[in-house]
Design a protein around this ligand. Sequence first.
Ligand SMILES: [Ca+2]
Length: 71
Amino acid sequence: MLDLAALLSYDPNNSNHDINNFITLIDNGIDTTVNIDSDSNAGGTDVSIHLAGVTGTDLNTMINDGNMVLF
Ligand SMILES: [Ca+2]
């Protein structure tokens, strides 16, 4: 489980916040990289997390499965 709350300024009650602008998952077929833009200003990646051996998931799946804590 990834607790990303401390890395994000994401507020689910803020209608201007789209979690997809904060977190991007890149699945290369072997591993998945989680790129985090902490303020979602499209100003690049602040933190990148490498999930070794994890494939076939996406952001919504991770959130729905409780594998990612965002706030
Ligand atoms: Ca940024």
